[in-house]
Design a protein around this ligand. Structure first.
Ligand SMILES: N[C@@H](CCC(=O)N[C@@H](CS)C(=O)NCC(=O)O)C(=O)O
Length: 223
């Protein structure tokens, strides 16, 4: 299988799940400026929406939309328990979290990265922080649905990892900071981060960024 991705973007979520399941996945990085692969292939021919992640199966079929991709991967090895059996209330709870992540957090956070949305930045930020506060108040176990790590946790980890760039202080919610550290300590997560060339940064090594950004941050801290 091939995973079309940008380092550290939402495509890191299915990448983490592939590592958790020890599924061989070839990473195909898309140039953010040219929208091409390193071999020059036009990414819009693979996903006409132009965004990652895209999972390409062995027969050439493609799957888009992160929440669908992670469930597809988890169902390849149900014994790993990354997604409960389809049709159960437990599975619906995981899907509920995936849907919450994609619509209530991922989308407004992506807009916060885009200059045209600068005029509504404070409104978007307020909404995102309200939603984060709600998740923090809902979490009673180490993971979103309780004691078991699921595909929804990988997605949440990736989204939370964007906090420093959006100037969201995760320290406001110790539960979420502890969640980041807990998920970041998983060997499969570390493998996926390393494979994307992402290194820990900041005093507490909670977040991960490409080396160029880490170097810039260290230089800024020294000056
Ligand atoms: N609805 C899509 C959204 C994917 C998405 O927002 N991808 C971003 C990276 S996190 C992207 O590729 N942006 C580049 C672009 O839109 O050109 C999903 O959940 O998979």
């Amino acid at each position: 299988m091939k995973l079309y991705m940008h380092p550290g973007a939402c495509s890191l979520s299915p990448h983490i799940i592939a590592k958790e399941l020890a599924l061989p996945v070839e990473l195909i990085a898309i140039d953010r400026n040219t929208h091409r692969t390193s071999s020059g292939e036009d990414f819009h021919r693979i996903n006409r929406n132009g965004y990652v992640p895209v999972l390409e199966l062995e027969d050439g079929a493609t799957l888009t939309e992160g929440p669908a991709i992670v469930q597809f991967l988890a169902d390849l090895k149900p014994e790993a328990g990354l997604a409960p059996k389809a049709g159960t209330v437990e599975r619906a709870r995981v899907q509920s979290w995936l849907n919450f992540m994609t619509s209530e957090l991922h989308k407004p956070m992506v807009l916060l990265f885009r200059p045209p949305y600068a005029p509504v930045r404070s409104t978007l930020l307020e909404l995102v922080e309200k939603r984060l506060g709600w998740v923090a108040s809902e979490m009673v176990g180490p993971y979103l649905t309780g004691d078991t790590f699921t595909v929804a946790d990988a997605y949440f980890f990736v989204i939370l990892n964007w906090s420093p760039w959006l100037e969201i202080d995760l320290g406001r919610w110790p539960t979420l900071k502890a969640f980041m550290d807990r998920v970041g300590a998983r060997p499969a997560v570390q493998n996926a981060l390393a494979a994307e060339g992402l290194a820990p940064f900041g005093d507490e090594h909670t977040f991960y960024a490409p080396p160029a950004m880490v170097t810039a941050e260290r230089q800024a801290a020294r000056s």
